[in-house]
Design a protein around this ligand. Sequence first.
Ligand code: TYM
Length: 334
Amino acid sequence: MIDGKKVLFSGMQATGNLTLGNYLGALKNWVTLSEEYECFYCVVDEHSITVRQDPAILRKRARALLTLYIAAGLNPEKNCIYYQSHVSGHAELAWILNCYTYMGELSRMTQFKDKSAKHADNINAGLFTYPVLMAADILLYQADVVPVGIDQKQHLEITRDIAQRFNSIYGETFTIPEAYIGKTGAKIMSLQNPEKKMSKSDENPNGSIYLMDDPDTIIRKCKRAVTDSEAQILYRDEQPGVKNLINIYCACTGETPEQVVAEFDGKGYGDLKAAVGEAIVSQLRPLQEEVARLEKDKAYIDSVIKNNAEKAAYFANKTLRKVQKRVGFPERIR
Ligand code: TYM
């Protein structure tokens, strides 16, 4: 609790171009929840280097992501929006938690398996211990709730396991966090392969809607979306392409799948695809306009970066000192 409010923590990697999946699965919910909680929204640049990055591009993307958080409607006066690498407590707590995490549990992580298959030439230790850094991110702020898409659920489970293990050895130290997974946008699938999640790292750009795509590109990608030959608009697993389009439409408009099915009764896939394209364009237009406006205000973004890193470090250090004491590190002499 901070000032009587429960704590929320979440983060995104500044790797690749952000997709509609990142927005509907995470960022949009962050905005909805931001009034209710004391929030920490982190640009997790330390996680990004588990895969090789071009330094100049990483720096640029990290800033663009931080700007995007604000453009999406997160007020940096009320929400702590900052870079992970500016708060050393993340890496320090991660080291300690590494010593309370088992190789066996880390080797079961599906993201590790996927990423090591994809980057077979660079299966580094950071890729393996990635979930421990993520646990440190969350536990450092004593977060109660962590809004994420379904793909991060397993990482939340291991975070809870690590926290419970630590608490049972040393007494109540960490708040046990809960994942918050939205109803409709929690797993947006690729428009070209509805069996696969929409991803920043997809080689086929037509599978993903990027947050900075212009309206024509969005409409075109939706028109080309893979569906099926059933020729009926129903919300069911047997029609994954159509189901994904309905999910996107619902997450953009706030309607339920049943309402959408009723609305498109008797209509064709072309109508649905056009409506989904329009709904996405209306969602993203204000976001894109706000990004363009904020990018020009360098001094403002710089002040957010500085002030919020200090605020985050204050709370991070509180937990870190407590943990260091619990495990037996000597006290600081003042
Ligand atoms: P990342 O950067 O891959 O994704 C950011 C957020 O977007 C969600 N997401 C999706 N949601 C719905 N449909 C999709 N197709 C889709 N693709 C991505 C993700 O679930 C995530 O919520 N490890 C995390 C970053 C992280 C983090 C944390 C998150 C580091 N530390 C602490 C929460 C708390 C990641 O790589 O997310």
